[in-house]
Design a protein around this ligand. Structure first.
Ligand code: SAM
Length: 193
């Protein structure tokens, strides 16, 4: 789902980048997002700041996808090795072969996608056995509260954490670690080897 104008602005400013780097990326690193040489897919990469953060672990390759051409336009000028960006809907990852990705990274996207369970199935399909999903998401109540505070006018979508966790397990992923922090939960889940 496309972002509203206000949320687009909220996702593309220094405060958002500070939170993504100092909290969200740090939590992913504590959960094991540290190994170099991995094939990484970031879903909902936005303006590409995640690619800059992930470059610090020296991936073998990185692909960032986002539904909004305006976001991918903002990635122009990012010059990192083996890095690509593409406009793509996360509910259809058929551009990626089965089991060709080691890490899938998601910084707060699924709550925007009504058919988020389809995205989880696609993630499971593209992950190599033993591959990992690092995901952070707010649950429905947090989205509603943030929406009331900031008036982003995010359309109704989303899930409770229990629904998200069940969704990951139903897709065939095993949840290895969970961290609750403020408005979001972070998870490391694995496709069984
Ligand atoms: C809340 S923003 C987060 C952007 C960035 N990851 C960040 O943390 O700043 C959600 C992003 O998901 C993208 N998005 C929404 N629905 C999508 C879909 N179906 N497929 C791919 N990207 C999607 C939006 O365009 C937006 O860039």
């Amino acid at each position: 789902m496309r972002l509203t104008t206000l949320e687009f602005w909220a996702m593309n400013n220094p405060v958002r980048r500070f939170v993504q780097k100092r909290l969200e990326f740090r939590l992913f690193q504590e959960m094991g997002l540290t190994e170099p040489g991995k094939r990484i897919l970031e879903i909902g990469c936005g303006s590409g700041y995640g690619a800059r953060l992930l470059s610090s672990i020296k991936p073998a390759s990185y692909v960032g996808i986002d539904l909004m051409p305006e976001q991918i336009e903002r990635t122009k000028g990012i010059d990192l090795p083996n890095t690509e960006f593409a406009v793509m809907d996360a509910t259809d990852l058929s551009a990626f072969e089965d089991e060709g990705i080691d890490y899938v990274v998601v910084f707060g996207i699924l709550h925007h996608i009504p058919s988020w369970r389809t995205v989880l199935s696609e993630i499971e399909r593209v992950l190599a056995p033993g591959g990992k999903l690092f995901i952070e998401e707010p649950q429905k109540n947090s989205v509603k509260l943030l929406d009331r505070l900031f008036r982003w006018h995010v359309p109704e979508a989303g899930f409770s954490y229990a629904e998200l966790e069940t969704g990951m397990m139903d897709a065939g992923l095993e949840i290895l670690r969970t961290r609750a922090f403020g408005f979001f939960n972070s998870y490391c889940a694995q496709k069984p080897a």
